[in-house]
Design a protein around this ligand. Structure first.
Ligand code: MN
Ligand code: MN
Length: 482
């Protein structure tokens, strides 16, 4: 029987049923059903979900920058039996390897039983998040206050980053190439830093600026001190005192900032939101919510048919350029090196592979419904979100997963009882956005976006739902396992 005949037969039998069935029964059978996870998860699942999210919140607190996340992931991988990948060794099913790219991106692989030429199951999430980066020459004093000049990283609403306690993370590389790690503001006894904003009493003119300029980029100045050096009533005594403190603590001088990467991020910890504790609030959930769920899935992977590869990448928020972003060749090189250990060709492996681009989507916000098209928006507690295409203005910039690949993922998630939904990033022509999906698809890999809905995305305090986080983890386990 051809496929067309089968379809006609189905239509006929539906017609004959129509008379005997009620509208309710027919709706049950024919309509697309949207799920709220709360009606579908068992009590045992809820318990696992809550426990899983405790680990997730600890990850958010411990890994606020790409470097810290890469370090966390490497330590977790080692603890789970992963060893550093050596392209001159040979590997067998069950072996677990990793490669770190410049302390900012990590690749993990678990070798499967099938020949690697049949492709790998790839999952990719990013571990960088919007923040305030210190400029190369950041330190200055103005009217007896000490400041760092910043240049924001990623797409932010600049006014959201004022009057929020910020911590400082990163590295300073001295001229003798010694590297100093900086992490100030996370410990309760640490000081924090802050960008000021104008009091409402005097903000009448400021409030007339357009929202993108209420706080301008050059006004995101980080307050770092106010106490002058005692013996000096001359100029820049506050700056001098700060440099003296930094010299005592780190042995640095002002010139050492030239070769530093210092990032200001919200100093607060991830917390439960709501009387029912159903939501998670925290900084950097885009995309560390997918990074953590993906990491847990691959750390626990065993007896795999196909080799699984997890990529935790940097630079997504600035467009994936640079050698630690996914437009770089580091993923391609890793797959090629891995293929070679089996005597296979990297190109063949890539072409036979499939990928979940694990990134967040915008959760429908009932307070701001106008920007969403409700039939195609994802919602909190609707499960993990499958996004066929991203992009903007006529899908520009999207890789747009094929119907065949969406069908494959859909069947898999249903088979493994994963609660999932679909999503689109806002109404047509309202805005849009992209992920790393296109750069992976460009390697001739079937790729689709699958991730967690986030409310207040790119704000210092983002909101996710625990059931969606757990569903993402289950989806990634299913993808690696199936
Ligand atoms: Mn993202
Ligand atoms: Mn983002």
């Amino acid at each position: 029987m051809s496929k067309t005949e089968k379809t006609e037969k189905t239509v006929k039998s539906e017609k004959s049923e129509k008379g005997s069935k009620t509208a309710k029964e027919l709706k049950e059978k024919l309509f697309l059903k949207k799920k709220n996870a709360y009606f579908h998860l068992s009590d045992a699942d809820f318990e696992k979900c809550d426990k899983f999210c405790e680990g997730y919140k600890r990850f958010l607190d411990a890994a606020k920058t790409e470097r810290e996340a890469a370090g966390f992931i490497e330590r977790a991988a080692k603890a789970a039996g992963f060893v550093e990948f050596d392209k001159n060794k040979t590997y067998k099913p069950g072996d677990k390897v990793y490669r770190v790219n410049r302390e900012k991106a990590v690749l993990l692989a678990v070798i499967g039983k099938e020949p690697i030429e049949r492709g790998v199951n790839l999952i990719a999430a990013h571990i960088d998040s919007p923040r305030l980066d210190m400029k190369q020459n950041p330190l200055y004093e103005k009217d007896e206050l000490g400041y760092f000049k910043t240049h924001y990283y990623g797409g932010i609403k600049k006014y959201q980053w004022t009057t929020v306690p910020l911590s400082l993370h990163g590295v300073i590389v001295k001229s003798d190439m010694t590297k100093i790690s900086v992490n100030i503001g996370e410990d309760e006894n640490d000081p924090v830093f802050c960008v000021s904003d104008l009091l409402p009493h005097l903000a009448a003119t400021q409030m007339k600026r357009s929202a993108t300029e209420i706080v301008k980029g050059e006004e995101l100045n980080l307050i770092i001190g106010s106490r002058p050096f005692k013996d000096d009533e001359a100029s820049e005594a506050v700056k001098l005192n700060i440099l003296m403190l930094l010299n005592e603590k780190y042995g640095i001088t002002e010139a050492d900032f030239l070769s530093a990467e210092l990032e200001a991020v919200p100093a607060f910890k991830a917390r439960d939101i709501g009387f029912d504790r159903s939501l998670v609030g925290g900084y950097g959930q885009d995309d560390r919510v997918c990074a953590y769920t993906e990491l847990m899935a691959i750390l626990e992977a065993k007896n795999l048919k196909k080799t699984a590869v997890a990529v935790l990448t940097d630079k997504e928020e600035t467009g994936s350029d640079g050698n630690t972003g996914l437009r770089s060749a580091y993923l391609k090189y890793f797959i090629a090196d891995l293929a070679k250990t089996f005597g296979a060709c990297g190109r063949d492996v890539l072409s036979a592979s499939r990928c979940l681009s694990a990134d967040v989507n915008a959760a429908f916000d009932p307070t701001f419904p106008d920007v969403f098209e409700k039939n195609n928006a994802c919602v909190l507690n609707g499960g993990v979100c499958v996004t066929k295409f991203t992009g903007s203005r006529g899908k520009s910039g999207t890789s747009d997963a094929s119907a065949e690949f969406v069908g494959e993922v859909r069947a898999l998630l249903d088979k493994k009882d994963v609660i999932w939904q679909t999503g689109e990033l806002g109404k047509v022509d309202i805005g849009g956005g992209g992920t790393v999906a296109a750069y992976i698809a460009n390697l001739n890999i079937d790729t689709i976006d699958v991730g967690v809905p986030v409310m207040s995305m790119h704000a210092p305090f983002e909101i996710t739902a625990k059931t969606d986080i757990y569903s993402a983890y289950k989806a990634f386990c299913a993808f690696i396992g199936g």
